[in-house]
Design a protein around this ligand. Structure first.
Ligand code: AHM
Ligand code: MG
Length: 335
């Protein structure tokens, strides 16, 4: 039960029994993420002060420039989870392949795998605009006592036991779900504690904000073009407002609070879409559904897609239920 002034630490302990497989392991895992997020937050907030801006010179596995903070965040999350021997495997947007963690006494007996995008929206770092971390947690499906395999990571999103994001914004927040609704905690930087500030978050059923990179309009599928025109028509409660930060976490977070839809469709340039199913879309989809919203690829539920590769991309439509349903209608009509 949510309480005023409750810290995230207290909340995790009090709600442990609600977790699907209650052995304390998932609680410790979320605690580790909370800790890593504080370290990354500290660095993100100092980004303009220390000479950490700019590309690190490496390219990530998708061939995009990696910013120094991406590298840093990736290392912090991986090291925090590895050192605590709390998971049996990690997959990250910034790593080619998954990482196997043998755990205590090399027994391979930890239960959970974590998939994450350590620093999403990285093109926003050097312009002082919000970025985020996204994480997804599954119970392994291969037998305990053996090293994890790719099958443990390629599970459909419906199997997620927890998912969340951290938004490094005007204030830093952790928003997460363990399948019992969505709660948001805001960091008090003076004392380094997250407090429950947004209990039981819910997407408004309908909204007035659409978030899509309209610069790509010419490359969009006809259904998305038609939906955008619909958003811009003067009729009923339209035209809607357009808001696009270019940071999935921030755009999604605003839409969840105010009511809206986020779309990153397939384009002629990115025929599978841009966002990654495992590191970005699955966790955001679980949060969307747990908050009473919807997430789809334009035709079907994101959480039911069977992944085939770690870095798979997918078109993404998420937000207020009525808005996503409307966009799906246009997609179906144009198909
Ligand atoms: P990233 O993981 O390389 O940061 O890319 C993901 C980001 C999302 O946060 C954001 O919504 C989208 O890419 C913006 O892309 P675009 O600049 O093409 O609109
Ligand atoms: Mg990303």
């Amino acid at each position: 039960m949510a309480k005023i002034n409750q810290s995230l630490g207290e909340f995790i302990i009090e709600n442990q029994e609600e977790f699907k497989y209650s052995s304390g392991e998932l609680s410790r895992l979320i605690n580790s993420i909370r800790l890593a997020a504080k370290v990354v937050n500290h660095k993100v907030n100092k980004a303009g002060l220390v000479d950490i801006l700019g590309a690190a010179g490496d390219m990530n596995v998708q061939g995009e420039d990696q910013q120094k903070l991406d590298v840093f965040a990736n290392e912090v999350f991986i090291n925090t989870l590895t050192n605590r021997e709390i998971v049996c495997g990690i997959a990250s947007e910034e790593e080619d392949d998954f990482i196997t963690i043998k755990g205590r006494n090399q027994k391979n007996d930890n239960k959970y795998v974590v998939l994450m995008d350590p620093l999403d929206g990285s093109s926003n770092i050097d312009v002082n605009v919000s970025v985020g971390t996204i994480f997804s947690i599954f119970r392994r499906i291969t037998p305990s006592g053996t090293p994890v395999t790719i099958d443990d990571f390629l599970q459909p999103g419906v199997n997620q036991v927890a998912a969340g994001y951290i938004v490094y914004g005007t204030s830093t927040m952790i928003v997460y779900t363990t399948g019992h609704g969505v709660n948001g905690f805001t960091l008090n930087p003076a004392i380094g504690t997250y407090y429950l500030s947004h209990p039981n978050m819910k997407f408004p059923e309908d909204g007035h904000i659409y978030s899509v990179n309209e610069g790509n309009y010419i490359h969009f599928p006809q259904g998305v073009k038609d939906y955008i025109k619909y958003c811009q028509q003067e009729e009923d409660d339209r035209p809607y407002t357009s808001r696009y930060i270019g940071s999935l976490v921030s755009d999604f977070h605003r839409n969840m609070i105010k009511g809206g839809i986020y779309i990153y469709p397939n384009t002629s340039k990115n025929p599978e879409g841009k966002l990654r199913l495992l590191y970005e879309c699955n966790p955001m989809a679980m949060i969307a559904e747990q908050a009473g919203g919807k997430a789809s690829n334009g035709f079907k539920r994101i959480l039911e897609i069977q992944p085939t590769t770690l870095h798979q991309r997918v078109p993404f439509f998420s937000g207020s239920t009525k808005m996503v349903e409307k966009a799906e209608e246009f997609m179906k009509q144009a198909a």
